[in-house]
Design a protein around this ligand. Sequence first.
Ligand SMILES: [Zn+2]
Length: 348
Amino acid sequence: MACAQSGAKMDFEKYAPVSTLVVPEHKLHRARYPFIDVHNHQWNMSVSDLNNLVKDMDKLNMAVMVNLSGGNGNQLKTKTDNIRSTAPKRFIVFANVDFGGVGKAGWAEAAVKQLEEDVQHGANGLKIFKNLGFSVKDNDGKRVTVDDPRLDAIWNKCGELKIPVLIHTADPKSFWDEEDEHNERWLELATHPNRKRGATNPVPFETLIEEQHRLFKKHPKTTFIAAHFGWYPNDLGKLGQLMDALPNIVVEFGAVIAELGRQPKAARAFFEKYQDRILFGKDSWVPEEYATYFRVLETEDEYFPYHKKYHAFWAMYGMGLSDSILKKVYYKNALRIIPNIDKSQFPN
Ligand SMILES: [Zn+2]
């Protein structure tokens, strides 16, 4: 019978072998220290009962969640009001810029004024989504580049207000590559065809990334949090060069822990070198997925599964970070960079 099956083909999507490797396992459902997730999205924070969210956070030892989807104006204010009255210490909200009308007379002044008002209403940072660079158009229908000088006043204001800008530009480079058997993200592109990019859709990966780096360089007094390790989690040498050149940037590892977990030695060396400039981020709010993050950061476990095959068909290894580095990554760096987080919730 086995012989009859031996030549059978199987879909890559179906193949999910159970590892027979027997090694010590340390499955973690809670972080070793209270932590701040600097990359989260909550869409209905304005009306929902935050107590349920807090219960889920407590299970993970998440002391503070940073909701990057604050919006602006009244939308933002209803969120910060709700937080103040229910769980003031547990949530931080970042504002978002409305890019409609870039290039119209007075647009930048109005955007800056809105941001100042949002900060008065309790925003503690600005989040820029990847639509800047991808799809934001100016008044004449032209793509607004990430480093467009018409936005300069916004970045300068963030520096002045001492609030960080968390910015997501572009996507994994593989989304621009041929969608074939050599592409590490083939499965993600096959299951999410709208993520495919190309040289003219809208521009090459390198163009977007270079725009972002010029933006960082042009505003040295503004602190930027490069989301998703600046999309260089798979080339930490390159990311290190960028961080050496630009002291105003820090990084967070939302959605890229699978890249770190496949290179535990290089990643650990990177965390040792840049221990003051790495923040904990996750991105999508799926509480059970945090276990992978804790295990890669804290343990020295070998060859354990990642939670999403279209990000990684490979297994994870733990970095086994020291307690002092874990504390920095889990909360100390965020406490330094994001204003108004209640410090009493964290150990020294
Ligand atoms: Zn995000």
